[in-house]
Design a protein around this ligand. Structure first.
Ligand SMILES: NC(=O)c1ccc[n+]([C@@H]2O[C@H](COP(=O)([O-])OP(=O)(O)OC[C@H]3O[C@@H](n4cnc5c(N)ncnc54)[C@H](OP(=O)(O)O)[C@@H]3O)[C@@H](O)[C@H]2O)c1
Length: 337
């Protein structure tokens, strides 16, 4: 197998450094390009000191023609809108792109423009791009030129819920996703809400009823299972660096028990290396710095309580992106991990 040349756009951010940690040890990938608007010209290891001694790459300005020539695959770690604008010429030129932003995740342009505002830079591709959860969309991802890497919260909700909706284990009405994230979920670009004194020693709900991952969870569940839900999703910011814990409340169908839910997951995800159905209660510490999604269920007074833990920068972003690359190329899912 020949080595694949990889580029990273927005290489100064948090998802990018996690991606680099994995790609620099991936046996079939060489990282040949890392871009930045503000830090071009600097060594990558100056911006991410934990990469000292692991790479001699210099950050460069993004230039589509040069990226197309230099790379076989590009990972875009840019914010929404900037991402679609940048990757559109790369996809047109036929190289593989894995997009971390929300630009290609949703089913339709109208929902995108309602929740993200502004016109979509590449509207004709919206709804045509595989959603990057290989456990659920493997056939579409294999050989794909463009993959929409999932949102971090959606990964922690869709992985537990999709098999249960498909196999009629839970009712589609009244599902509540109560999710907590570490502060890296907001990215490295400074914002007041994520300054240390603002979020340390405090837990707060935010974007209640208005978070953009709500429509993504509902649309992707519907796309994969054919079942429409009225699911509500409430995120919380907790003072830790990384990790997402989602506690999901759902009503069982026909008295389905937590043990039956766990059995459904075990059968559905059999052979999937990154899904662990665990007997203990999942915690972010047990999935930190990994590409695992840990799942457990409990019965509480007639309600099913489903608990999912991931690392927002692992299975919630950069781990998923490398898993998607492996799926696109037809390689073993665990290469690089
Ligand atoms: N953080 C997470 O847990 C997570 C999880 C899943 C998905 N995502 C998605 O992954 C993407 C990257 O997230 P992140 O957390 O790595 O963000 P980040 O730490 O803020 O990094 C994003 C990088 O993109 C560049 N950038 C910012 N605005 C730009 C613009 N308008 N045009 C071009 N470049 C711009 C910046 O680099 P320069 O200023 O150096 O150019 C910045 O370092 C986002 O789309 C995010 O929604 C993040």
């Amino acid at each position: 197998m020949s080595i694949v040349r990889a580029g990273i756009l927005g290489a100064t951010g948090y998802t990018a450094v996690e991606l680099l940690k994995i790609l620099l040890r991936h046996p079939l990938v060489e990282v040949v390009l890392a871009t930045s608007r503000q830090d071009h010209g600097k060594p990558l290891s100056e911006v991410h000191p934990l990469l000292a001694g692991r790479t001699s790459l210099q950050l460069e300005n993004f230039e589509a023609a040069a990226a197309t020539k230099a790379c076989d695959v590009v990972f875009s770690c840019l914010p929404h809108a900037a991402s679609a604008t940048s990757v559109q010429p790369l996809v047109d030129a036929g190289i593989h792109v894995i997009d971390f932003s929300a630009d290609y995740r949703l089913n339709d342009v109208a929902t995108y423009e309602t929740w993200y505002g502004g016109e979509h830079p590449d509207p004709t591709r919206v709804g045509q791009v595989p959603y990057g959860l290989p456990e659920l969309f493997a056939d579409e991802i294999t050989n794909a030129k463009l993959v929409a890497n999932p949102g971090c919260f959606p990964t922690s909700a869709i992985l537990p819920l999709a098999p249960l909706l498909l196999h009629e284990q839970i009712q589609p009405q009244g599902i509540i996703v109560d999710a907590k994230t570490g502060v890296t979920g907001a990215g490295r670009t400074p914002k007041q809400a994520t300054l240390f004194p603002e979020c340390n020693e405090s837990i707060a709900a935010y974007a209640v009823g208005t978070h953009r991952h709500g429509p993504e969870i509902r649309q992707i569940l519907s796309r994969r299972t054919g079942v429409d839900t009225d699911l509500i999703f409430i995120p919380h910011l907790v003072p830790m660096d990384r990790g997402i814990l989602s506690t999901i409340y759902a009503r069982p169908m026909r008295g389905v028990s937590a043990e039956q839910v766990m059995e459904c997951w075990r059968e559905f995800y059999e052979g999937q290396p990154f899904i662990r159905v665990v007997d203990h209660l999942p915690a972010t510490k047990f999935t930190s710095d990994t590409n695992y999604c840990d799942l457990a269920a409990r019965d509480v007074e007639g309600t099913l309580v489903l608990i999912a833990s991931i690392d927002n920068l692992g299975k919630g972003a950069s781990g998923a992106a490398v898993q998607n690359l492996n799926q696109v190329m037809g390689w073993d899912a665990t290469l690089g991990f």
